[in-house]
Design a protein around this ligand. Sequence first.
Ligand code: DLZ
Length: 172
Amino acid sequence: MSSKLKNLSSYNDADVPNAKELKFGIVVSDWNSKITHALYEGCLETLLKHGALEDNIEVIQVPGSFELTAGARMLAQRYSSDAIICLGCVITGETKHNEYINMSVAQGLTNLSIASGRPYVFGLLTPENEQQALDRAGGKYGNKGVEAAVTAIRMADIKKDLGTTKSKIGYS
Ligand code: DLZ
């Protein structure tokens, strides 16, 4: 994994907008639940810390990470949110299942984001073993769920901002 030197829970509070007016969906994979539920705790705590209201956060659980994309799509159809966060953990095994699942989730969430214009956040850990996962689920490298929550707030805020103002970037 590439986050070896980065603490996933480190960020500058000043870079994170207030999330009081924002709505979030969270999709949590139950495969490797010890890890993914820790990601969820970090994610939820961070959303609340930045002002999100519990009533504005809808959570669903899916069986495995492969189902994150479909879960996110179903949640988006039922619940109007400003960003959807997908949390999972795929540990490299003896087969190539990890490559198929990881690529599928990355591609699926990219497609959903492009098609809908809504941010779908990739909160998927792709470690080689359980220890690497624990290190990134509240361990020595922080919590990927925190990173995913900060990303969701920032992207949702950008989306809201662009919806209400004309372009702020560029020359025209
Ligand atoms: C099948 C499978 C395997 C072997 N490993 C993982 C994993 O490490 N992490 C994970 O989230 N899911 C895994 N799965 C389950 C698939 O994501 C999926 O739920 C099943 O293939 C059914 O579609």
